[in-house]
Design a protein around this ligand. Sequence first.
Ligand SMILES: [Zn+2]
Length: 292
Amino acid sequence: MRSPLTDSYEGHSLALYSSWLVCRPFHFMVDCGEGCATALRNRVFGLRTVALTHGHLDHISGLPSLLNARHAGMGDVDAPLTIVYPAGDPLLAPMRSYLAASQPAMEDKVSWRAMEPGERVPLDDQRSLEAFATRHAAFLTLGYRLIEHRTRLRGEFHGLSGSAIRDLAAARGREAISEGYDHPLAVFGGDGLAPDPAMVAGADVAWLEATFLDEADRGPLVHATMAEAVAVAAQASVRDLVLTHVSGRYQRADAKALARRLAIEHGLAGRLHLMWREHIELLSEGVAAADA
Ligand SMILES: [Zn+2]
């Protein structure tokens, strides 16, 4: 089944080899694994922000090709690019040295920004990426929340009719009767154990890693099982869950079957998708739709 998410997203996900995901409407990508520039070609010029979750090779090995394509490809080679990354990541330092040596012309077009958990980087007037800590390595690793800044009517005015609200707005000004709030359009879990449900709560779309179908296959506690990912998404009441980063040892049919079974077991209300290599596939419309 075609996933409606493919209108906005494209990428690749295979544990150990390459992870990257472009969000077209807001011109950013999360992680930059190998093959991204080859797949994107001239679309590399549409990017304004690269948000790195950590410096493991399968998440950053596409950076040299991405910068090379933006330097020598057919597009706006002067467009600025911001690369955000976990503060203190020991593996990004040598990659930055390589990029500086191999792409000296790109140096003044790329700004690097170290992120601590809770920090935000703006994407445009209404949206920003907010970093949160993940449990993956001995050094700081991050996930990101795509936050949209919205306004709504203050609670004390909820009982009023439309015309009364219009009169109030005219008399006192819109700011006096409204309040700002943050809505998570998407959460990108990055690599690691399943995130705290509070980081995922209420998100329209959650991209969560599900490396292991079988807990018995997991060695060190650095990646999530599919069951853990589905449990977090169910608890967080997301509208869409996309399972990513499945280990290459498994078959696609087995991953799909388990994902569907887990969604039912955990009462996942939202839609269920599987990101398998470059394919983002809709597996289920969710419990809410099935009940209707
Ligand atoms: Zn990793």
